[in-house]
Design a binder for this molecule. Structure first.
Ligand code: GUN
Ligand code: ZN
Length: 439
């Protein structure tokens, strides 16, 4: 048999419905202490309180949390080379740091090595699915899809489109880009757990003709995703208004070219108005909230409550390399702080939901990922609650499970990941450390 069985014992946390944004007592969260999660082949087959029979290999993770693998809905693989690059806001940052790093992806061997490092780093952070920007180079997409396929990961990506306002060495043109996209869609879309996303970088780096071509691809291939950036930075918003004077707003540019729909994921969405939010709801497009990036690049404070009030799906995203960590726990902690600046106090449940089931729903994948339910793919992560004496103390004095989980979110990172399963296969296990108890 190519796949094996395993029964994981621990404290299970996932969601059966969307929790309220600011209420720790809200329903929707499902905490199942000391339960067994049974994985057979690629899927979860049972969740139960009783121990399974002797024909089940067992892993005892009592005292640890078991969660669905995190879903990072917006991240740039080639930008692991520019995490934490000092000194700029978005438009300067792209020219100074990002475009030179992306140019290195012209080398195919580099693209392959970097894609492997990127995906292994996600798995070591407990992230099992992602929606990813590679670069303008066709083979950067092949390299990323191939690396995801080798790891059985649920991954959505596509060739970055940019035919203006970028250095020569990173520009494509409409006709070649269309041929490349079509070939990549035929080769990868729907293979295993992979899906293709039409990926115009952002409105300023595509001509109207290229955006029209991208909209044409969406129409010609139902089921494709779309990903881009919107309303991240005030200088960027002003520039888009100059480039597209006929559009009502930045978001409206994408609407005009047929790019908004239920499988569209727009990163940032900080500088939106109510009419934009109504357009999002009407189209079914989702927003990716990228708090560490928004803080690091000085972009602004995303209004989660306004998005939620208008019925737009909000998921969490690292946006590395604008973001400063691939860790979704760090991303959630930054998300809490960004909302706290506006006097909102997002619950641990709302944060975790937006990185698991909520993200799966935003991507139309809730039947496959994002929860611990029989029939779903076994993308599962075991987490330590504490990695230092200080954290252990904090957990020991926790008032209740929400307090414990919220403190863990604010302190946690990749050291807390014990093991990561993808499609039922063990893809990462933390190395035993001499100083650590209970290995
Ligand atoms: N807008 C256009 N390109 C990018 C990018 O690479 N990162 C971020 N954060 N915003 C963008
Ligand atoms: Zn981005």
């Amino acid at each position: 048999k190519p796949f094996s069985r395993v029964a994981l014992r621990g404290d299970l946390i996932d969601f059966s419905a969307q929790p309220a944004l600011e209420d720790p007592q809200s329903t929707g969260v499902r905490v199942r202490p000391d339960h067994w999660l049974l994985i057979d082949g690629q899927r979860i087959v049972a969740v139960q309180a009783e121990a399974p029979g002797p024909d089940w290999p067992q892993e005892d993770h009592r005292g640890r949390w078991i969660l669905p693998g995190f879903i990072d809905t917006h991240v740039h693989s080639a930008q692991i080379d520019v995490i934490g690059a000092w000194g700029t806001q978005l438009l300067d940052w792209l020219n100074t740091h990002t475009f030179p790093a992306e140019a290195r992806m012209a080398d195919e061997a580099h693209a392959q090595a970097l894609s492997a490092l990127f995906l292994d780093s996600l798995l070591a952070q407990g992230t099992t699915s992602a929606m990813v920007f590679p670069t303008v180079h066709k083979h950067s997409v092949d390299a990323l899809f191939a690396a995801a396929q080798a790891r059985q990961m649920r991954l959505i990506t596509g060739k970055v489109l940019m035919d203006r306002h970028a250095p020569d060495f990173l520009r494509d043109d409409v006709a070649q880009a269309e041929r490349d996209c079509t070939a990549l869609i035929e080769r990868w879309h729907g293979q295993d757990r992979l899906a293709y996303a039409v990926t115009p970088r952002f409105a300023p780096t595509s001509t109207p003709a290229q955006l029209a071509m991208a909209g044409g691809l969406m129409k010609a291939h139902p089921g494709l995703y779309m990903q881009t950036h919107v309303a991240e930075n005030r200088d960027e918003v002003r520039w888009v208004a100059e480039l597209f004077p006929e559009a009502r707003s930045y978001l409206d540019v994408y609407e005009r070219f047929g790019l908004l729909g239920p499988r569209a994921m727009l990163a940032h969405g900080i500088w939106l108005d109510d009419e934009d939010r109504a357009l999002l709801r009407h189209s079914g497009a989702a927003l990716a909230f990228c708090p560490s990036s928004n803080l690091f690049l000085g972009s602004g404070l995303f209004d989660w409550a306004a998005a939620e009030a208008t019925g737009t799906a909000v998921s969490m995203a690292s946006d590395v390399g604008g973001g400063t960590s691939l860790s979704m726990l760090r991303t959630l902690a930054d998300g809490y702080k960004v909302q706290a600046m506006a006097g909102r106090h997002v619950s641990a449940w709302a944060l975790l939901h937006a990185a698991t089931r909520g993200a799966a729903q935003a991507l139309g994948l809730a039947q496959e990922i994002g929860a611990l339910e029989p029939g779903l793919m076994a993308d599962v992560v075991v987490w330590d609650k504490a990695c230092t004496p200080l954290e252990a103390r904090r957990q020991a004095v926790a008032q209740d499970v929400h307090d414990a989980v919220f403190a863990w979110i604010t302190q946690g990172d990749d050291r807390h990941v014990v093991a990561t399963w993808v499609a039922g296969g063990l893809r990462y296990r933390r190395a035993p450390s001499p100083g650590r108890q209970s290995e």
